[in-house]
Write a protein that binds this ligand. Structure first.
Ligand code: C5P
Length: 332
């Protein structure tokens, strides 16, 4: 049986970095949002053994370091199944950090493989092995709008709201996530040493835990607004996602990634000038996105940025319902 599924990308609507933990990971608070841009994954199981990755994109590893191969090995072991797993990755998304492409591909592979094997792993096991492969895999087991805590692997579904037009820009810059975290730590340590003398030091504006509770409060305020404001509201409402933007979300990675790659802050400014209600780095980048009030504005902005030489695509955010409705392409 060959199972074909869509592997949707995500963006981060705000990302606060907290303390470095004993295990080397950092505490995070973020809101993930899946978007319509996607790759297509085909999985089949044939006679033999081992895992085979096919992908025309040379940037995608074909060995067992590939996230799809790593998760497939775990699924085969857990399901106690035998056979050769063939995974074909049709890359439509640029292989660029920040959109969770490799993570999404892995989750799509896991679910497609279970179907090909006619086996079903318990939801808790899926979440566990997804988190073992990477911090931003579990979100793709929920889809839609999701609160991410812990190292990003603890995921909680947020209310499903209408899609919002957006523009995704993928500058040809490779940002290393571990390096971005390391620079964050170094700057924080340096600033902490200066903190008593210079209270205005940007990265020490409040302890990490204060910043984390600030984002949590902003997210809660945004969620409660949809309910508590309802009895008094008149006229047409704006897309509720823009309420989250008004709540003051930000991505901490911008403070370490923008100084190193000034081109990325230029893209953010270009999106804002092109009418974005909000523009931000996604994850540790280099993907930058802009949120727009209408599809027409997003389309025009993508055209404008493309004419400036950036790889820009207009798309829309994907609700949890749509995510699962469109997940399976075919199974034959
Ligand atoms: O979990 P994932 O494979 O995405 O993490 C890649 C690297 O990013 C980790 O090895 C770690 O260095 C860093 N990281 C972190 N804190 C997180 C997530 C990732 O320090 N919350």
């Amino acid at each position: 049986m060959t199972v074909v599924v869509r592997s949707f990308a995500k963006i981060n609507l705000g990302l606060y970095i907290g303390d470095r933990r004993q295990d080397g990971f950092h505490e995070l608070v973020t809101v993930y949002q899946t978007i319509a841009l996607h790759d297509v994954i085909r999985v089949s199981v044939v006679r033999g053994n081992g895992i085979e990755i096919c992908c025309e994109d040379s940037a995608v590893p074909k060995d067992d370091s590939n996230t799809c191969a790593r998760i497939a090995a775990k699924v085969m072991a857990l399901a106690r199944s035998k056979g050769r797993v063939k995974i074909e990755i049709q890359k439509r998304l640029p292989v660029q950090g920040g959109m969770g492409g490799a993570s999404s591909n892995a989750v799509a592979t896991m679910l497609a493989l279970e179907r090909a094997l006619k086996k079903s792993l318990p939801a808790g096991e899926r979440l566990r092995i997804a988190a073992e492969v990477g911090s931003d895999l579990p979100l793709f087991l929920l889809g839609g709008r999701i609160l991410g805590l812990g190292r990003g692997e603890q995921v909680y579904p947020l209310q499903d709201l209408p899609g919002l037009p957006c523009v995704i820009v993928t500058p040809k810059v490779g940002v290393s996530t571990p390096k971005a975290f390391a620079v964050w730590d170094r700057l924080r340590d340096e600033n902490a040493q200066r903190a008593s003398a210079d209270r205005s030091a940007k990265l020490t504006d409040g302890a990490p835990s204060d910043k984390m509770s600030e984002l949590s409060r902003n997210v809660s305020a945004w969620l409660s607004e949809s309910y508590s404001g309802a009895p008094f509201r008149r006229g047409r409402r704006e897309n509720p996602l823009l309420g989250l933007v008004r709540a003051g979300i930000k991505n901490d990675f911008e403070e370490v990634v923008f100084p190193e790659y000034p081109e990325l802050s230029e893209v953010k400014r270009a999106l804002e000038r092109a009418g974005a209600k909000y523009a931000s780095l996604s994850g540790s980048g280099s993907t930058i996105y802009g949120l727009f009030a209408t599809k027409e504005q997003a389309r025009k902005a993508a055209g404008k940025l493309s004419s400036m030489g950036w790889a820009a695509k207009a798309t829309v955010t994907v609700t949890r319902r749509e995510y699962w409705k469109k997940f399976l392409v075919s199974s034959f």
